[in-house]
Unconditional design. Structure first.
Lengths: 239, 239
DNA sequence: CGTGCTTTTGAATAGTATCAAGGCCGGTGG
DNA sequence: CCACCGGCCTTGATACTATTCAAAAGCACG
């Protein structure tokens, strides 16, 4: 952990702190901490006290909810510019955990600072509110897919969800599709789908045979995105 | 639809509008509309344009997402004091629908008014933001239950969710438990669970035999709430 | 006393989870 | 350099759970 650099010079264009007044950006700068996490490390864990708000400066994080016999459900995925851990006020504890999916840098602003910033920077607060409402919309779509889709559909959905959050690799584009910009285990994909490793593998193999995807090293190439969407068209989802 | 009465005199203690300055409460009063909906009527429907924000003054509303062959998933339940329909800005359309579960009164404030109110009333905005973050927490719990629970567990969860949102009837208390303050069809319970009518009925029948609940007219009496919670204890949920 | 709607029960089917076993690959140590 | 180990990935067989289909009973309403 270290005292962080300037927020004004921060390379992350999506960070909400930018919507504060310049006076308040400086205020937050002096009070925030910046922490680096290795792949697999927890940014926070279920049961810990909520002491503030996390802003992902650079990285990929999964928000997981550990349920029955170690089976973990991925509640949402987050990347640079996203917010983590604002789920209630001081004294409450996290109901879920956040784990780095690759080496990540996260800024932390403690409750007292952030609460005052909310009251003094309405535009900042509104942006954050809109972020939450967007998150809600996304998670409502996921509610539907978890409850009504077949496993095949869920796996297709998970791939498109990964694309929505993390996008494609710039250098991964060929005439045979695009490479997902994330390295994720079958178990974690199962965690997104609410199923198990084996089912994910079976369906990925099916997709590969149908030439919808290709496995490329540790990453997945989306060969035929529109057909993948087609699998889900009856749900008319808005990712 | 009619021009509404005073917000200051409003009997609904949970309404967020109360957090505005008195000047702004009057401003909102003059710009809002108050609409009554009959049971089964839509407050808004998927595909309509988002023009503002709904505040439930008095009633019970289900937010539904219609999916595969008319099977509808209940994304969340809302009651007096809750907010509906703030899922994006002007020009976007609702991805979901909101339907009155009983005769309800809902106040509507259009986008221009509410956006300005946000910027001028920081306390109001913060309260709303916290409401959304609380909603997120709730829906994240539901993600887990939809993906990992058995149907039996889901039905138990649905009953406790109904209790959390709508509570018990004041006059429904006896030494044999308490009456849920809502009239809901088996199909709608199935919509909460993400299963079908038949499974709900089978499990409700099981619960009745086990003396956890009792069917009383069109309503359900929770006879043994703690055992119902016990069914879900492995998930250590926070409702 | 039908008519239509919700609820209930049963039986057949399809889909999914679980269990078991083997393959692949990168790293480590002899 | 090769053999071994452990992690992740893959496949197949089996058991189970949930869905679907069908049919009938209960109930409110005109």
């Amino acid at each position: 952990m270290k005292k962080a650099g300037s927020c004004i010079d921060c390379f992350n264009p999506g960070c909400f702190i930018k919507y504060c007044s310049s006076k308040w950006i400086k205020e937050i700068e002096t009070h925030k901490t910046e922490v680096s996490y290795k792949k697999g490390q927890a940014v926070f864990a279920a049961g810990e006290f909520v002491n503030g708000l996390f802003f992902i400066k650079d990285g990929q994080v999964k928000v997981v909810s550990s349920g029955l016999n170690d089976k973990e459900q991925i509640v949402r995925l987050a990347t640079s510019g996203h917010i983590l851990g604002h789920r209630g006020s001081n004294g409450e504890t996290y109901p879920i955990s956040a784990v780095a999916m690759k080496d990540s840098v996260v800024c932390f602003v403690k409750n007292e600072t952030i609460s005052e910033a909310f009251l003094k920077n309405p535009e900042f607060t509104v942006k954050l509110m809109l972020f939450y409402s967007k998150e809600l919309r996304g998670i409502e779509a996921r509610i539907k897919y978890l409850s009504q889709m077949t496993v095949r559909e869920k796996v297709a959905f998970a791939l498109l969800y990964l694309k929505t959050i993390f996008g494609y690799q710039a250098q991964g584009t060929t005439n045979k599709g695009q490479l997902l910009n994330v390295q994720i285990s079958r178990t974690d994909i199962a965690g997104i789908c609410g199923t198990n490793e084996e089912q994910v593998i079976r369906n990925l193999s099916d997709f590969e045979q149908e030439k919808l995807i290709a496995k490329e090293g540790k990453k997945i190439r989306i060969v035929n995105e529109s057909t993948l969407y087609g699998i889900l068209k009856v749900y008319n989802l808005q990712l």
